[in-house]
Design a protein around this ligand. Structure first.
Ligand SMILES: *Cc1c(COP(=O)(O)O)cnc(C)c1O
Length: 455
């Protein structure tokens, strides 16, 4: 038999023309978002001031199985998709494992991550609704960069609240976003009420995604030609990211493969949710039975140590309540290098699937993550984003289990991005200065104590 190629690409024609909505096949749906004032399920219209209308519809839609990808978004996708499915032969060899390791590489665009898949959709719908600008937050900078690119493409203004520690650690992220026309403000800032309140409470805070979200929402609510966007966690984002898994599935079919296990890093859950969606469909409908593994940072362990509870999506407590695994919206993770994975909660869809036993999760410390990243970089020649390296770590563990058992399992993981903007973190690791911060139970308790009381 001919050797499976290093890279399997779809043709432009084969790029999926629909997104897949995993909720349509979930027998038990995620719990509805609640209005924090009334504790009643949110109504569609209540979301209209926050997100543009079509995205509100997608957010609330548990039933439509497939959504046509608009022609304009598909054209934008074609500029950087399809992304390659990579067979990691050299890594397999280095590990001396019988496992077959595949990864779907989403870092081949200037923003450097999968986030452009959702950014493009959101900018398109905002433009179509006649809006003039968007606001958002960004942690590590990937989402802000992706949205800046999408806003430039579709012709919209953009203001980005960037978590202050990232703003300081990654000055070039700001320059990239500005090049695409976005305005960048380090968060917390004195430009919003909620930012001023957080600063008054803790003037030296490095910020968090939760704070930046509150600021971005506050600003968008003051201007009716502006809406807010969020690059992860939300149902709409998982819908858009389903393109990753749909492409992967078709590419694997082309080479006669199907994964025994699908692995992804989890920040808010969008890349894993997108990568696994069409494989989870097979599991939910009884066609196949693959395993799913989420890998999160030990410093921000929402799945493995969080509570499954209703919580706000932001620190300023301005959003609807979502039922999810959470460390509490007041939890501010230490200034570590898990960059894009520093969020207190996790996608309600993934949370529900995890809660119902369809998924597994592990948490891993930073040094082990960078060890995995370094091995991968040397063997497979791609410099991974530290976030992606969590998934690499998960894949290594599974491949080593195969070595012990002698089973030739097929592993698929999401290689979500490149590490070019993370060289400070790599430098620290290379100099032996990286620390492994793991919060104690006492550190986590205040976040749990502050969870909203919903019964
Ligand atoms: C944002 C980001 C993540 C984590 O976000 P999810 O929503 O959990 O996917 C992972 N990898 C990269 C490269 C990112 O930019």
């Amino acid at each position: 038999m001919a050797k499976i190629p290093y890279k399997t690409y779809l043709t432009e024609e084969e790029i999926p023309k629909q997104w897949y909505n995993i909720r349509a096949d979930m027998k038990e749906k995620p719990d509805p978002m609640l209005n924090p004032a009334t504790l009643q399920p949110i109504k569609l219209e209540e979301l209209y001031p926050i997100f543009c209308k079509e995205l509100c519809r997608q957010e609330m839609d548990n039933d439509t199985r497939y959504y046509d990808i608009p022609e304009e978004v598909l054209e934008n996708y074609k500029m950087y998709r399809p992304s390659p499915l990579i067979r990691a032969y050299n890594l397999e060899q280095a590990l001396d494992t019988p496992a077959k390791i595949y990864c779907k590489f989403e870092g081949n665009n200037t923003s450097g991550s999968h986030k452009l898949n959702a950014a493009s959709a959101m900018a398109y719908y905002a433009k179509k609704q006649g809006l003039k600008s968007l606001t958002t937050e960004t942690g590590a900078g990937q989402w802000g960069t992706a949205l800046a690119m999408a806003c430039a493409y579709f012709g919209l203004g953009l203001t980005v609240y960037m978590v202050k520690v990232s703003f300081q650690q990654k000055p070039f992220r700001k320059s990239v976003m500005e090049t695409y026309g976005a305005k960048i403000i380090p968060s917390p800032s004195d430009t919003t009420e909620v930012g001023r309140a957080i600063l008054a409470h803790d003037p030296n805070t490095g910020g968090s995604l939760g704070c930046a979200i509150s600021e971005a929402i506050e600003v968008s609510l003051q201007d009716d030609s502006c809406r807010y966007t969020l690059g992860s966690v939300l149902n709409q984002v998982l819908l858009h990211q389903s393109i990753i898994g749909l492409e992967s599935k078709t590419a694997m079919e082309k080479i006669g493969e199907y994964p025994d296990i699908v692995i992804g890093c989890t920040g808010g859950g969008s890349n894993l949710g997108g990568l696994m969606a069409s494989f989870m469909q097979d599991k939910l409908t009884g066609r196949k039975n693959p395993r799913f593994l989420a890998v999160e940072p030990a410093s921000c362990p929402s799945l493995t140590r969080g509570k499954y509870a209703y919580d706000f999506c932001d620190t300023g407590k301005t959003t609807p309540l979502a039922k999810m695994y959470t460390l509490g919206c007041e939890f501010i993770p230490s200034a570590n290098h898990a960059g894009g994975l520093r969020y207190h909660g996790l996608s309600p869809i993934l949370s529900k699937l995890y809660h119902d036993g369809y998924m597994e999760a592990i948490a891993v410390e930073q040094n082990k993550v960078f060890e995995a990243a370094t091995l991968f970089a040397r063997r497979e020649q791609i410099l991974p984003a530290p976030e992606s390296a969590h998934a690499i770590y998960g894949a290594l563990q599974e491949a080593l289990k195969c070595k012990e058992s002698g089973e030739a399992k097929t592993i698929l993981f999401g290689l979500t991005g490149t590490g070019y903007f993370d060289m400070n973190a790599y430098a620290q690791y290379n100099e032996g200065k990286m620390t492994d911060y793991i919060p104690t139970d006492e550190d986590l308790q205040p976040g749990f104590d502050a969870l909203p009381k919903v019964d």
